[in-house]
Design a protein around this ligand. Structure first.
Ligand code: DX5
Ligand code: ZN
Length: 212
C-alpha cells in the first residue's frame, strides 16, 4: 500500500525538518479544514505552497471544506496533484470532478462515516480515487470505525465487477493493526497521522506500514 502521512499532527513551526522526517513517503496528505464543513480550522492553500519548497512528493489534498468548487483552483495552483472533496459539501460533484481533471489533476471523492456508500454510485466510473473516512472528519488521534471495512469491501467489489480505475484510500485511526485490516479488503492508500507523527522513527514506520 501507499502510506500518505497526514500533515495535521505535526509541528508547523518546523516545516522543513517535519518534511525531512518523512522523506521516504511517496505521498503527503494535507488535511484542509475550513471550520465550516468541519468544526476545526487547520490551514489553507498557502501551506501547500510553503511545503512545495521542500518536497517533490505527491500532494494528496483532502478538502474538508464547504463549497469546494469555489476553492479547489487555489490548491491546484499551490501544487496539489490530487484534489479530494466531500460529496456532502457540494451540490454538483459531477462537474467538480470534470473541472479538476480538465486541469490534469487527479480527482477524488470522499464521504463521512455516516454517509451511505451507495451515494457514490454515480461517480465511481469517473473518479481517480475514493477516500473513505474511518473517523469523523475534524481531528486526528481518533479511533478507527470498523464499519469502514464494509465500505472498502463494497468499493473493491464494485471496481472489480465494472473494471473501474479508482484507488481506494482510507483516512483515520490507522496503525499496524487497522492498516492490515483495510489492506485485506482492498485498500490501496492509507492516511496516517498520529501513529507516525507522535513517534521519532517515522521513516521506519512508513516503510513498515507500506508492507503490512
Ligand atoms: C480527520 C483527519 C484525520 C487525519 C489522520 O479529519 O483527516 O483522519 O488525517 O489522523 P490519525 O491518523 O491521527 O487518525
Ligand atoms: Zn484526510
Amino acid at each position: 500500500m501507499i502510506c500518505s502521512p497526514s500533515f495535521l499532527s505535526c509541528d508547523f513551526t518546523r516545516l522543513e525538518s517535519e518534511i525531512q522526517s518523512i522523506s521516504n513517503a511517496k505521498w503527503i496528505h494535507f488535511d484542509v479544514m475550513d471550520g465550516k464543513f468541519v468544526p476545526n480550522y487547520t490551514y489553507n492553500h498557502t501551506m501547500l505552497k510553503d511545503i512545495k519548497r521542500y518536497s517533490n512528493q505527491f500532494f494528496d489534498c483532502h478538502l474538508m471544506i464547504a463549497e469546494p468548487e469555489n476553492h479547489y483552483v487555489k490548491y491546484i495552483e499551490a501544487g496539489a496533484n490530487l484534489i479530494t472533496f466531500h460529496l456532502e459539501a457540494t451540490t454538483d460533484p459531477l462537474s467538480l470532478i470534470k473541472s479538476i481533471q480538465r486541469k490534469k489533476v487527479k480527482a477524488g471523492i470522499s464521504i463521512k462515516p455516516n454517509t451511505n456508500i451507495l451515494t457514490l454510485e454515480p461517480y465511481l466510473s469517473l473518479v481517480d480515487l475514493v477516500l473513505i473516512m474511518s473517523v469523523e472528519p475534524g481531528k486526528g488521534g481518533q479511533k478507527f470505525l470498523t464499519n469502514s471495512l464494509d465500505k472498502i469491501k463494497y468499493l473493491n467489489q464494485k471496481r472489480i465487477e465494472n473494471n473501474y480505475g479508482y484507488l481506494i484510500e482510507v483516512d483515520g485511526g490507522i496503525n499496524f493493526l487497522t492498516a492490515e485490516s483495510v489492506k485485506n479488503v482492498g485498500c490501496d492508500v492509507i492516511v496516517v497521522g498520529s501513529f507516525i507523527f507522535n513517534k521519532d522513527n517515522r521513516e521506519e514506520l512508513i516503510s513498515e506500514l507500506e508492507n503490512v
